[in-house]
Design a protein around this ligand. Structure first.
Ligand SMILES: Nc1ncnc2c1ncn2[C@@H]1O[C@H](COP(=O)(O)OP(=O)(O)O)[C@@H](O)[C@H]1O
Ligand SMILES: [Mg+2]
Length: 505
C-alpha cells in the first residue's frame, strides 16, 4: 500500500522514526507493569496458601489424635495419604509426645524447595477432668512451587499479549499514518520533484479537515499563484520582445535615414568647399587686377593724374581691394578648417626670424598710432616644427588686433620663450581697450565683433580671432585670452612639447 519511492529507506521514513521510539517504550512499560502486578499477586497468594496450610493442619490434628493414641499406624498413614492429595503438599509428619517421628509421608524432596510449614499439637480430651492432653504434634509442609509456576506463566502470557497488542497497534498506526499523512505528503513530493515544465496544471488531489488538508489546499493555491505569475511573465516577455523588435526596426530605419543624411551632408560640404575654392579663385583674379592696376595708377606710371579727386579715389580703390582680398582669403581659410581640408605644410622653422618679420610688417602701423611695439625672445635659437605661413598669419592677426584696439600712447608686446619641457610659448599683450567676459565670447565666434554698429570705429571682418584659434589648434596648441575691460588684453599661445627641435645649424 506504500506509494513511497523505492529508494526511500524504511528507517528514513517518518513512521519508522516514530515507531523506533514508541514501540520499545511501550514494551518496557507493559512488561514492567505486568511483572509488578503479578509479583504482588504472588505475594497475596502465598499468604492465602499459608492460611490454607494452617486450616488443613488445624483440621487434621483432630483426625490423627485417635489413631495416634491407639497406635493405629495403618489408619494414620491412610489419613496422611488423604492430606497428600493437596496439589501444594510436600510432607506431613506425626510426632509422639517424646518428639519422635511416629508416621511420615513425603511427596517431594522437601529440602530442595522453598516451603511453608505449619506445626500444631495433637490433643486428646482427658476422661477424668475433661482437659485436653497433648499426645503429639502434626507438621505439614506445603510448597509455593505451583504458585510460582502459575505466576511465571501469567507473566509470559501477558507479555505475549502486550507484544501482539503492540504489533496490532503499530500496524494500525502505520496504516492510519500512511492514509492521513504519508499519501498526501507523497502527492506533494511527486509534484515538487517533477521537472517544472511537466507540473503545469497538476494539483494535489487531497481534501481532509485537518492540518494536512489545509497544507494541501495552501500548496495548490501556491501552484495557482506560481502559474499565474509565470503566465503573466511570459506575456510580458513576449510583449517586451515584440516591442524591442519594433524598436530595432525603427532604429534601423532611422540609421538608414541618418546614413543617407550624412551622405547628403558630406556631399553638400564638398560642394560648399568646391564652391568656395572656385569662388575665391574667380574673385582673386579680378581683385589682383584691381589691386595691381590701382597701384600703378597711384604711382602715376603712365603719366600724372590731373585732378586731385582722382588721386583720392584711386587710394580708396586700392585700399578696398586689399581689404576685400584679405576677407576672401580669411573666408577660404576658415571654411577649409571647418571641413578639415586645411593641410599644414610642416617644416623646421626659425621662430626668431618669423617674429622679426611680423614685427617689421606691423611696426609702421604702430608708429603711425604712436604705440610702442616691444619684443622679448628667450631661448628661441631652436627650430620649431610648424607651418611657417600659418605661424606668421597667427602672429600678424594677433599683433594687428592689439595695435588696432590700443589707443595712441599705449604699448604692445610680443614675447616668446621655450619652457624646460620644450613647449613653445608666444604671448601678445596690449594696454588697449580690453573686453569683458561677454565681449570675449563674441570675439572668438566667426564674424563676431564687439562693436558691430554701422558707426563702428574699427574696421575688420570678425574672422581673425576664430581663424587664429583654429590654426593654433591645428598645430596641436592651445590659445588662451585674458582681457580686462579698459586695461588691455593678453593672448597666450602654448604649443605642446615635441615641436621644438635642436637647431641643425
Ligand atoms: N587685442 C584686442 N583688444 C580688444 N579687443 C579685441 C582685441 N582683439 C580682438 N578684439 C575684439 O574681438 C573682435 C574680433 O576680432 P577679430 O576676429 O580679429 O576681428 P576683427 O579684427 O576683424 O574685428 C574684434 O572686433 C574686437 O572687438
Ligand atoms: Mg582682427
Amino acid at each position: 500500500m506504500s506509494t513511497s519511492k523505492p529508494n526511500r529507506q524504511f528507517f528514513s521514513r517518518l513512521q519508522a522514526k516514530l515507531l523506533v521510539i514508541v514501540v520499545p517504550i511501550f514494551l518496557l512499560i507493559s512488561a514492567a507493569s505486568v511483572t509488578i502486578f503479578e509479583l504482588s499477586a504472588f505475594v497475596d497468594n502465598k499468604v492465602k496458601l499459608q492460611d490454607k496450610l494452617e486450616h488443613v493442619t488445624q483440621t487434621f490434628r483432630y483426625v490423627v489424635s485417635e489413631p495416634l493414641w491407639n497406635v493405629d499406624i495403618e489408619r494414620l498413614n491412610s489419613i496422611l495419604e488423604a492430606i497428600a492429595i493437596d496439589p501444594d503438599f510436600v510432607s506431613a509428619t506425626v510426632y509422639d509426645d517424646d518428639h519422635i517421628i511416629f508416621a511420615k509421608i513425603t511427596k517431594y524432596n522437601e529440602y530442595a524447595l522453598s516451603t511453608l510449614s505449619s506445626r500444631q499439637p495433637i490433643t486428646l480430651a482427658s476422661a477424668t477432668d475433661q482437659k485436653d492432653v497433648i499426645i503429639g504434634e502434626l507438621l505439614i509442609t506445603f510448597s509455593d512451587r505451583r504458585l510460582l509456576t502459575t505466576t511465571y506463566q501469567r507473566i509470559g502470557r501477558a507479555s505475549a499479549l502486550a507484544l501482539v497488542f503492540v504489533i496490532v497497534l503499530t500496524g494500525t498506526s502505520l496504516i492510519i499514518h500512511q492514509r492521513l499523512i504519508g499519501t498526501p505528503l507523497q502527492l506533494m513530493l511527486d509534484i515538487i520533484q517533477s521537472p517544472s515544465d511537466k507540473t503545469y496544471g497538476l494539483r494535489v488531489e487531497w481534501s481532509s479537515n485537518d492540518e494536512i488538508g489545509e497544507v494541501a489546499t495552501a500548496f495548490n493555491r501556491m501552484l495557482n499563484t506560481n502559474e499565474r505569475i509565470k503566465d503573466e511573465l511570459e506575456v510580458r516577455v513576449e510583449n517586451r520582445t515584440r516591442h524591442l523588435g519594433e524598436q530595432i526596426t525603427k532604429r534601423k530605419h532611422i540609421e538608414f535615414k541618418l546614413k543617407g543624411s550624412i551622405k547628403q551632408a558630406e556631399a553638400a560640404n564638398r560642394a560648399k568647399s568646391e564652391f568656395l575654392a572656385n569662388m575665391s579663385h574667380e574673385l582673386r583674379t579680378p581683385m589682383n587686377a584691381i589691386i595691381g592696376f590701382s597701384s600703378s595708377i597711384q604711382e602715376e606710371t603712365f603719366g600724372p593724374l590731373e585732378n586731385k579727386k582722382y588721386k583720392e579715389y584711386i587710394d580708396d580703390i586700392h585700399a578696398s581691394g586689399i581689404h576685400l582680398l584679405d576677407l576672401i582669403n580669411d573666408i577660404l581659410d576658415l571654411s577649409k578648417v571647418e571641413s578639415s581640408a586645411l593641410d599644414l605644410f610642416i617644416e623646421p622653422i626659425d621662430i626668431d626670424a618669423v617674429t622679426k618679420t611680423v614685427l617689421r610688417l606691423t611696426r609702421p602701423h604702430a608708429q603711425q598710432k604712436n604705440i610702442t611695439l616691444e619684443s622679448q625672445m628667450n631661448g628661441l635659437a631652436q627650430k620649431f616644427c610648424g607651418d611657417k605661413r600659418r605661424i606668421k598669419q597667427i602672429l600678424l592677426n594677433l599683433l594687428s588686433n592689439a595695435i588696432k584696439f590700443t589707443n595712441p600712447g599705449g604699448s604692445v608686446k610680443l614675447d616668446g620663450s621655450v619652457t624646460q619641457d620644450k613647449s613653445l610659448i608666444l604671448i601678445v599683450s596690449d594696454t588697449g581697450i580690453g573686453m569683458d567676459a561677454d565681449e570675449l565670447e563674441i570675439a572668438v565666434t566667426p564674424f563676431g565683433q564687439v562693436d558691430s554698429s554701422l558707426t563702428r570705429k574699427y574696421d575688420g571682418t570678425g574672422l581673425g580671432l576664430p581663424l587664429t584659434k583654429a590654426l593654433v589648434e591645428l598645430h596641436g596648441g592651445h590659445m588662451n585670452i585674458d582681457s580686462l575691460k579698459g586695461y588691455g588684453t593678453t593672448i597666450n599661445i602654448r604649443f605642446p612639447p615635441g615641436r621644438v627641435v635642436k637647431d641643425q645649424a
